[in-house]
Design a protein around this ligand. Structure first.
Ligand code: UD1
Ligand code: CA
Length: 475
């Protein structure tokens, strides 16, 4: 879309108002660091190069950029040595551009809701006016507190941007048109303008916004592009972070609803999650990371899915937790199941309440319906794991594997001490501690023999009662 355009995204500031040890642009919105979104928007707009200006918290931000956009080849970082203001930051980004032809789009790393289209609209306005050197987005709302205001002359031409702290008169304070911070400038002009900046303002900083008055003072035209205010909110503090997070999650939910997904109020679907048609997500479920959910699956109240791969027609009953795991088609999980990393639950398998799995595979139709710990297990198709079963996978030093064959039956309250294998179709008697392999088709039973003493209960009660009475008398 945007040829010969370099995006410069500013992300080197201190982010003081966040009051955090984490750099501002790494705070999460809909599950991703803030900075993800502006970079994504620049690429979506079709910029052929993206320079992210970093400084404060540089290593961590660079690491994120490298890990998430490193293979793209278009995204680079540049370093602002000291946080001397947005103008200075822009200069360090623009300095990496070796030529003077084409243009640059500059915007802020703390404005995550804007999209490629919002950027492209400003670029288009500059294209449409060859006599202009700069186009800027502008927004108009009733309460623009905190934002730079757009100052226009009597004939309505943009003259300058004045920061909140530099507003002088009531007339200036009453201006409702503000600067959301998308600038598209011809490169030659921009380089000149940036080298002219002076820090003579309330904050003693080099303001990027001063490129506007630089242009107008020498008679160059600046085009204002009316833009959507609701996507231009910047994140300066945690309250604004919450506002933007809410808006981003609402946008994501809206998208999936148009794709045939039912998402109840209060459910949270983060960026990057993929949902099939006729999926239902009930209230207070949270889906994050690379989670995907297949057609027709139901994710009931309070489930938490992180990097979960959930197949078609699966039912996750309330309050089940699935992390880094796979649940295949039509399986039924929960309520209150906990699938820990590397669990693979096969088609039509059942995992019931208070069952915890970790690095365990259950083949098609296997069942563990109640109260079990299944760690490092390989469970065959159709096997039944009784209530209270424990795979004793850890000897204090190493983890070992428990194998349960196809259609095997593990009676309730059994312990399988790994490494151990139960053969296909074998049967484990209730309450057995299995320490040796069980051959296919065998019954393993290991419990103390039961003895019945006829009439003993009555005799025992009489004796205990007498003991209690004689103790009372001697008090
Ligand atoms: C800025 C604009 C303001 C606009 C608002 C829109 C200026 C002077 N003001 O104000 O007109 O209405 O954004 O959201 O530009 N940064 C650096 N290096 C620095 C300082 C800041 O890289 O030395 C980065 C920050 O990391 C941040 C962005 O620039 O991502 C904006 O800085 P911030 O201090 O938040 O500016 P605002 O006060 O919001
Ligand atoms: Ca800001």
């Amino acid at each position: 879309m945007l040829e010969k355009t370099t995006a410069v995204i500013l992300a080197a500031g201190l982010g003081k108002r966040m009051n955090s040890s984490l750099p501002k642009v790494l705070h999460l919105v809909a599950g991703r660091p803030l900075i993800h979104f502006p970079v994504h928007a620049a690429l979506e707009a079709g910029c052929d190069k993206v320079v992210v200006v970093v400084g404060h918290g540089r290593e961590r931000i660079e690491k994120f950029i490298f890990n998430n956009f490193g293979t793209n080849g278009k995204v680079k970082t540049s370093v602002q040595k000291e946080p001397l203001g947005t103008g200075d930051a822009t200069r360090s980004g623009v300095d990496t551009i070796g030529h003077n032809t084409g243009r640059a789009v500059i915007f802020y790393g703390d404005v995550p809701l804007l999209t490629g289209q919002d950027i492209a609209a400003v670029a288009k306005a500059l294209d449409a006016d060859p006599s202009a050197v700069l186009a800027i987005a502008t927004c108009t709302t009733d309460d623009p507190f905190g934002y730079g205001r757009i100052v226009r002359d009597a004939s309505g031409h943009i003259v300058e941007i004045r920061e909140q702290r530099d507003l002088r008169t009531d007339t200036e304070r009453a201006i409702k048109e503000w600067n959301p911070g998308i600038y598209v400038a011809r490169l030659g002009f921009l380089k000149e303008a940036l080298s002219s900046l002076k820090p003579n303002n309330a904050q003693g900083e080099y303001y990027l916004t001063d490129i506007v008055s630089f242009a107008t003072q020498r008679g160059d035209r600046v085009v204002g592009v009316p833009s959507r205010a609701d996507v231009m909110c910047g994140v300066n503090d945690r309250a604004q972070l919450a506002d933007v997070d809410r808006a981003m999650c609402a946008r994501i939910a809206h998208h999936w609803r148009t794709q045939g997904v039912t998402i109840r109020d209060g459910a949270r679907v983060e960026d990057g999650v993929v949902l099939g048609r006729d999926v239902t997500i009930e209230s207070f479920a949270v889906l994050r990371g690379t989670t995907s959910v297949g057609e027709g699956a139901t994710i009931d109240v309070g489930c938490v899915l992180t990097n979960a791969d959930v197949g078609q027609g699966v039912t996750l009953k309330p309050y089940s937790i699935v992390t880094d795991s796979i649940v295949r088609a039509r399986a039924q999980i929960g309520p209150f199941s906990h699938l820990r990393p590397k669990s693979i639950i096969g088609e039509e398998a059942h995992v019931g309440n208070f069952v915890e799995t970790k690095k365990t595979t259950m083949d098609r139709g296997a069942k563990a319906n109640h109260l079990a710990y299944l760690g490092d297990g390989v469970i065959g198709a159709g096997a039944n794991i009784g209530a209270g079963t424990i795979f004793c996978n850890y000897d204090g030093f190493q983890k070992h594997t428990t194998r349960v064959g196809t259609n095997a039956f593990v009676g309730s309250d059994s312990q399988l001490v790994a490494p151990v294998t139960v053969g296909d179709g074998a049967y484990i008697g209730t309450g057995t501690t299995v320490t040796r392999n069980v051959p296919s088709g065998a019954l393993a039973i290991g419990r103390a023999k039961q003895e019945n003493k006829e009439g003993y209960a009555d005799r025992l009660r009489a004796r205990l009662k007498a003991q209690k009475e004689s103790a009372k008398e001697s008090e």
